[in-house]
Design a protein around this ligand. Sequence first.
Ligand code: SF4
Length: 345
Amino acid sequence: MEEYLALFPYTSAAARYVEASTRTFESFLTVGEFSKLILNRSVERVTRAISGDTPASLIERDDYEVEIFSYVMARALVSCINETLLIQRYANAEAQDAFDNLRHADEPSRDEYIMSLLEDFRMPVSVENDAFRLHFTDFVKYTGRLRGPQWRLVNLLNRGSVTLAKGEIIQILAEAVRLKVLSGLPLKLSGKMCEELSPYTSPLKEAFSQVSSHLVDSGPVVLEACPPCIKALLSQVKAGRNLSHPARFALTSFLANVGMKADEIVRIYETSPDFDYDLTRYQVEHIRGASGKDYIAPGCSTMETYGNCVESDGLCKRVIHPLSYYRVRNKRHEGVQRNPREGPV
Ligand code: SF4
């Protein structure tokens, strides 16, 4: 049970656990080993939402309470920062973790998690041979952001219900998680509480504004303006090579940030040997979000860390982010020249 609460800390069961606990919010702001663990993990949760490239921590048995309470604290952090885009990205990051946790869980735990989450989100289903029959109103509620013929109600509706495979139910649950996390945010917290959290929120705010400052205005995508690292990743995919997770995230988020549509991004991955349409579609939709900017592509230092900064050229010496490279090159394409003496961009 504790593992379920730790993996899915936004459920009603987790909320009841928190309510019944003697631990208070204020106690996490006091000095102590447990408070430190909670605060560090909550900062990690928000950092992951900002950068998109920090893997979720593996949960050890002793960490169950840290997972549960750090979720509560992470909600407080994003509420004090109070940036709509960050709140959306935070909800996306929790949904992505839910999706990954469900996909990677072993049987029979996975089935137990799925059934518990369906119950928690009040989605009654009947199950037969791994096929889930779901009422059409729940289907409509959670598939608004999903694209593709398999999500068209007219193709699926049968006597008021739709029948879905397990992988599709997991996608619906991830969307239910996203909406659940978003609900109630930002929390109404006192100025005093946000003041006390400021040692944690200030660096997060700074990181978020830095990442956001690299965003480019979307327009027609100019592939020639892409930096060498992105061109290299595109060539690898075209040559039929599978990309590592960080490389795939870098490529997808970059293309989404410069305005490429989800369909076009999915098509790029069609030549990958491990291409799985549903999974790719979900990941692309998730990273892209409604605006194309839910996640911002990693900067040059992160690209370098994962070995994805390759074939750098002269302009690379003046940029600290692949999107800045694109912005400069794209301007040149439009005939707008930058002053060559300008510093890093
Ligand atoms: S320096 Fe930055 S933009 Fe240039 S190749 Fe490396 S990661 Fe890409």
